[in-house]
Write a protein that binds this ligand. Structure first.
Ligand code: NAP
Length: 547
């Protein structure tokens, strides 16, 4: 058994940032990473067309001005290979690999109440003892796939977008199926359409999407961003979503239809995902949302030639951005190609897989490759996969059986000294997750620094604080349109998952203020003890020293 100060689970953007920050405080840290490389989702999601839908300059670390200045992004929205190069560069530049155990799946973690330490075990039998147990496991890292009758009989290749093989998948001359039309399915469709002999896209729900308007970054743009990078970051930190542009404070209903059309048109050609912020109430008011949704429907419809296909591809039945919209590069246009077919699985459900392909209620399709772009068990999937055992043998799975419960999204009562980064109860996937990741890790590091300074050995969310926070998360969600649609925001993506709203919709800036207020007031909602509770330790008042 190795004894360290902190074990961090996951070597994606969050895990590396946590390692860098905690190591900088003099902590002995180990990162356990199940795969063979750094990058988390960006390591695994190597499907054709995978790219980020947050602008490269905003989807990058802010902790090192030198790194900011040295790294040269080539495109407005970086591709997966470029993001992977970036994170590998970060790992090398800051010498992070020496503290990462790759190919190490954390199977179990249990809290020793008397020692106030976690015992963490990997699948291959190695053991670590750590005061802090930091979960940086990602929100979209546990894939989910359908299980159709006959699936194992299919003689071609089945691939999930979220665990894309490391070898090159050759689509030339192949008959390909994509099941799923979320961001992953939409990004890969136009690329595979150009290579494959024939492509069938199986759609269950037509999704909203905004054009990426991707472009190479010119030297002049690069120079401009880098000259004012601090301001750009400040703006992102103080924005509702962590994106680097100013949201509009106007209501969509306070302007004339002509004015709105002009604003939407400009946003359509420039903002990508930020289109949802064109007016502040797009996600708050159905009538405001309808104006945006109608504009998008018209735009999507205009680029699809076949009226039957158009009718199926134009999204209906849910408010724009109530489910995560996509940002695409030619998705809808791909259906104008002769080799691309749309299969509507609501109208003609998949009955079974056959050795040759897929049989729906309408017909039998023959395929060489079937791709599941069917998404993830979001937010909680990877947190609940290992067996995490807190006080009195209580598991996290038991504690969260009716949905995730946290204090401020970072901590769970009965699981002292465990920290969760960008998990449920925090802005997470409703924000530029890079901003949220850095914000939370810096806050958690400050908590640890204050604990050290005042000899605190155990911190734990107070149960009443958790109840208050979950209620607050729900209240904020009720102000929005998010609960009006089934989505992975509210657990509807997995059958049997508790239907509760998981991320915090109060915005990056609002959340940041709450975190800071909590710290300034001595970490309200947390019990901080100089002796473990199991040895009679009682909460003490912390005099926060802010750095
Ligand atoms: P997703 O958004 O959850 O989409 C999954 C798709 O699979 C949906 O269209 C879903 O249909 C469909 N599906 C699931 N089970 C099915 C079944 N049994 N039969 C037919 N269809 C089925 O997953 P994703 O596309 O992988 O994207 C997940 C998230 O990852 C995105 O929202 C985004 O946050 C992130 N992401 C980001 C980027 C980027 O930065 N550009 C790229 C990719 C992914 P229903 O809608 O009917 O459930």
């Amino acid at each position: 058994m190795e004894t360290v100060d902190a074990v961090v689970i996951g070597a994606g953007f969050a895990g590396l940032r946590a390692l860098y920050r905690l190591r900088g405080m003099g902590k002995k840290v180990r990162v356990l990473e199940a795969s063979e490389g750094v990058g988390g989702v960006w390591y695994h999601n190597g499907y054709p067309g995978a790219r980020c839908d947050v602008e490269s300059y905003d989807y990058s670390y802010s902790f090192s001005p030198e790194l900011e200045q040295d790294w040269r992004w080539s495109e407005r929205y970086a591709t997966q290979p470029e993001i992977l190069r970036y994170i590998n560069h970060v790992a090398d530049r800051f010498d992070l690999r020496k503290d990462i155990h790759f190919s190490t799946f954390m199977e179990e973690a249990s809290y020793d109440e008397k020692a106030a330490r976690w015992t963490i075990k990997s699948r291959d039998g190695r053991v670590w003892s750590a005061q802090y147990f930091v979960m940086c496991v990602g929100q979209l890292s546990t894939t989910k796939a359908p299980n159709y009758p006959g699936q194992s009989d299919f003689q071609g290749e089945i691939i999930h977008s979220g665990v894309w093989p490391k070898h090159k998948v050759d689509f030339a001359g192949k008959r390909v199926a994509i099941i799923g039309t979320g961001s992953s399915g939409m990004q890969m469709t136009p690329i595979i359409a150009k290579e494959a002999k024939h492509l069938t896209v199986f759609q269950r729900t037509a999704n909203f999407s905004i054009p990426a308007s991707n472009a190479p970054v010119s030297d002049e743009e690069d120079r401009q961003v880098k000259a004012t990078y601090r301001q750009r970051r400040e703006q992102a930190w103080n924005s509702p979503t962590g994106l680097g542009f100013k949201p509009n404070k106007q209501s969509a209903l306070d302007v004339s239809p002509e004015e709105r059309e002009k604003v939407y048109e400009a946003a359509w050609n420039r903002l990508g995902y930020g289109f949802a912020l064109t007016y502040f109430d797009i996600l708050l008011s159905k009538p405001a949302n309808d104006t945006a949704a109608e504009f998008i429907r018209k735009k999507i419809g205009a680029v699809i030639n076949d009226p039957v296909v158009r009718e199926k591809l134009v999204p209906k039945g849910h408010a724009f951005a109530a489910r995560r919209p996509s940002v695409d590069s030619g998705y809808f246009q791909a259906f104008n190609r002769d080799n691309v077919e749309l299969a509507d699985v609501r109208e003609c459900p998949i009955v079974a897989f056959t050795p040759e392909g897929i049989r729906t209620t309408a017909k039998s399709h023959e395929f060489d490759i079937i791709i599941f772009a069917t998404g993830f068990d979001a937010f909680t999937g990877s947190l609940l996969k290992p067996n995490i055992v807190g006080r009195s043998g209580r598991t996290l799975r038991e504690k969260w059986s009716a949905g995730p419960v946290t204090q401020l999204g970072v901590s769970v009562s009965d699981f002292p000294n465990m920290l969760i980064v960008v998990g449920p109860g925090s802005p997470s996937l409703l924000s530029n997750v890079m901003v949220s990741t850095e914000e939370q890790i810096d806050w958690l590091a400050e908590l640890i620094r204050n604990m050290d300074a005042q000899h605190i050995v155990e911190f734990e969310a107070e149960p009443e604080a958790e109840v208050r926070w979950v209620a607050h998360v729900n209240e904020r969600a009720k102000e929005t349109l998010y609960m009006t649609a089934d989505s992975y925001y509210n657990g509807a993506e997995v059958a049997g998952k508790p239907k509760v709203f998981m991320p915090y919709s109060g915005g990056v800036r609002g959340y940041r203020r709450i975190l800071h207020k909590c710290a300034e007031e001595g970490y309200t909602g947390f019990a901080l003890r100089t002796q473990p509770a199991a040895l009679g330790g009682v909460p003490v008042k912390l005099q926060t020293v802010l750095s």
